[in-house]
Ligand binder design. Sequence first.
Ligand SMILES: Nc1ncnc2c1ncn2[C@@H]1O[C@H](COP(=O)(O)OP(=O)(O)O)[C@@H](O)[C@H]1O
Ligand SMILES: [Mg+2]
Length: 461
Amino acid sequence: MSGSIRLRGSIQRRLIVQLLTGAALLATLMFLVVQSYARDLAGQSQDEILAASVTAILDSAAVRNGDLTVDIPYFAFSMLGNISEDRVFYTITRNGEFLTGYPDLPKPMAATDTAPRFRTDSYDGESIRMVTATRRMSINGQPDFIEVTVAQTRYGLRQQLAGISRTVAGFGLGFFVIAALFGILAAQSAIQPLRQLAGSVSRRGLSDLRPVSAPVPAEMEVLVGALNGFMSRLKASLARSEDLIAEAAHRVRTPLTTVRTQAEITLRRVDKPQNRQAVREMIRAIDESSRAAGQLLDHAMVSFRSDHLEVEDVEICRLTRDAVSRVVPMADLRDIELDVTIPEAAICVKGDAILLQSALLNLLDNAIKYSPPDSRVYVTVRVVETGVEITVQDNGEGFPKADMGRLTRRFVRGSNTETVVGSGLGLTIVNEVARAHGGQLLLTNSSEKGGACASLYFPLA
Ligand SMILES: Nc1ncnc2c1ncn2[C@@H]1O[C@H](COP(=O)(O)OP(=O)(O)O)[C@@H](O)[C@H]1O
Ligand SMILES: [Mg+2]
C-alpha cells in the first residue's frame, strides 16, 4: 500500500479475535457448568447409596428375647463397594452409647428429625462422606434410639469426576475449535464484499470514473455512495478543465492568426535586412504559439473523447487515404512524395473516427516535418494476425535515440527539432488514441530505409 496511507488494525483480525475470545469464554463456561453439574450428580448418587446402606442396617435391627440385635446384612456394604476401592466405615450406637464399628469416626450432627443426615469430614487423613440415621425402637415398653452411621472415602467420586472433567474438557476444546473455524470463515465472508470493492476499484483504469454498480451489502451503502459521488464530482471537474483548455486555446489562436497576417504584411513592407530578420523571427514565434494552442486544443479533445469513447465501425483504408490527401499540400511545399500502399478491401476497426484521423494526421505531420526535402514518406496499411497496422515511415534522421523512451510524454520534444516548429504533444495524442482503442503505438528506426518508422496497431472490429 502507498506510504501515505495510515493503517490502524485490521477489521478481519479484530473480528477473528473477538469471535475466538467469545468461543473460548463459552467453551470454558460450558466446562465449568457441566463439571459442577456432574459433581452434584455424582455426590448425590453416593449419598443415595450411603443412605440405602444405613437404612439396610437399621432394618436389620430387631428386638429378640427382649434384647436388641443388629445383624448387619452383607449387601449393606457390598453395594458401597461397587463404586470403587473406597474404604467403608460404620458406627452403631444405642442411646448414644457406642455398640460396634469404628469408635473414633467423627461424631454425626445431632438429630433434628428421622431424616438421614449427611456430612463431609475427614477420617484417618482422608476425606469421607458420612450418613447417619436414627430409628426409635421400643424394648420392653421403653423407647430406645439406635443410630447408624456409614462413611465412605471419596476416591471413587474423585476419579469419576476427573474422568468426566477430561471428557468435558475434550468436548470444550472441540467446541472451541469448531467455533473458531466458523469464526474465521464468518470473518472472511464478512470482509469479502469490502475486498471485492477494493479490488474492482483498484483494477480500474486511471480514467474510469464510472459509478460502482455492483451490489454491495447495506453497511457499505454510505461508503459506496460517497465514492460514487466523489467520482462524479471528479468527472465533472475534469470535463470542466478540459473545456477550459479548449476554450483558452481557441481564444489564443484566433488573435494569433490576426497577428500573423499583420506580420506577413509588415514583412513585405520592410526592407532593412535586420528588420526583416526580426519580423521573420516574430512570425516563427507566432507559428509556434498557434501550433501549441492547436495541439493543446487537439489534446484536450482527444483526452475527452478517449474517456468517453463512442465507437462505430471505422473503415481504416478510406480514413488513411483521407488523411494522406489532407497533408498533400504540406508535403508538396517540401517536395516530399507520399508513397501509399493501402489494400483495396475494406478493413474495419471499432473506434472513434475523429480520434483515429487525428492520430494519423499527427504521424504524417511528423514524417513530413522531420524528413529532408525531396524525400519520400511511405504510408502502409496491412492486416496482421488479429489487427490492422498502419505504418508511417520516412527517410529522415530517425527518432533521436536518447529520447526514444519519452517521446510520447506531454510536451517532450527530441533533440532533432532545431528549426522545426512543434509543441511536443503530437505523439502524446497518437499514443492516447492508440491506448483508448486497445491498440498500440510502436516507434522504431528503420534499419534498411533509415528514418523514423511509427506504426499504429488496432485490433480488428
Ligand atoms: N518522423 C520523425 N522523425 C524524427 N523524429 C521524430 C519524428 N516524429 C517525431 N519525432 C521526435 O519526437 C518528438 C515528439 O514528437 P511530437 O510529440 O509530435 O512533438 P513535435 O511537436 O515536436 O512534433 C519530436 O520533437 C521529435 O524529436
Ligand atoms: Mg509532431
